[in-house]
Design a protein around this ligand. Structure first.
Ligand SMILES: [Cu+2]
Length: 163
C-alpha cells in the first residue's frame, strides 16, 4: 500500500509533465507556422536543385565560340557528325555518360589514325561520368575527317566536316 501511495502522485506528475510538454510543443509548432519566427530554420527555402549553368547544351557547333559539346555513350558519340569552319581551332567538350571507358581521336589532315597529326582527348582515358577536352586545328582544306574512340573502333566513330 505504501508503494501505491508513493507511485500514484509520481505517475500523475509524469502525466502532467507530458501534457505540458505536449501543449508547449503544439503551441510552439502552431506559432511557428503562424508567425514565422526568425528562429525557425525550417522556413528557409531549401533549394538543393539550384539550376547550375552547365556548358551550353544543344551540341550545335559554335564557330569561334565555346567548346562543342559531344556526349559519349556505350558505344557512340552524340553528335557523330560535326561541322566546323576550315582553319579554325575548335575545342570539343566531351562528357562520358556511359559506363565504359572512352576517348576521342581525330585523324589529322591526312585522315589517317596513329600518324603524327592525330588529336587525342585529354585525358586519353575518360571514365564513366568524367569530362574531357580535345582541341583540334581544323585543316584549311575543306573535307571530311574521321574521329573514333580507340576502345570501340567498330561502332564508336564519327566524322567532322570542315568547310
Ligand atoms: Cu568508346
Amino acid at each position: 500500500m505504501k508503494l501505491d501511495l508513493a507511485k500514484l502522485p509520481m505517475a500523475e506528475a509524469v502525466i502532467g509533465f507530458l501534457l505540458v510538454v505536449l501543449a508547449v510543443t503544439f503551441v510552439a509548432a502552431f506559432s511557428a507556422v503562424d508567425g514565422g519566427g526568425g528562429e525557425s530554420p525550417s522556413t528557409a527555402s531549401p533549394s538543393p536543385a539550384a539550376t547550375t549553368p552547365a556548358a551550353s547544351p544543344g551540341g550545335s557547333p559554335t564557330p569561334g565560340g565555346g567548346p562543342i559539346a559531344v556526349t559519349m555513350g556505350d558505344n557512340f558519340f552524340d553528335p557523330k557528325e560535326i561541322t566546323v569552319p576550315a582553319g579554325a581551332t575548335v575545342t570539343f567538350g566531351l562528357t562520358n555518360k556511359g559506363i565504359a571507358v572512352h576517348n576521342m581521336r581525330v585523324a589529322g589532315a591526312d585522315n589517317q589514325y596513329n600518324s603524327d597529326d592525330d588529336a587525342v582527348s585529354d585525358p586519353n582515358l575518360i571514365t564513366a561520368g568524367q569530362k574531357a577536352t580535345l582541341t583540334w586545328e581544323a585543316p584549311d582544306a575543306p573535307g571530311t575527317y574521321d574521329f573514333q574512340c580507340d576502345f570501340h573502333l567498330v561502332d564508336m566513330k564519327g566524322t567532322i566536316t570542315v568547310q
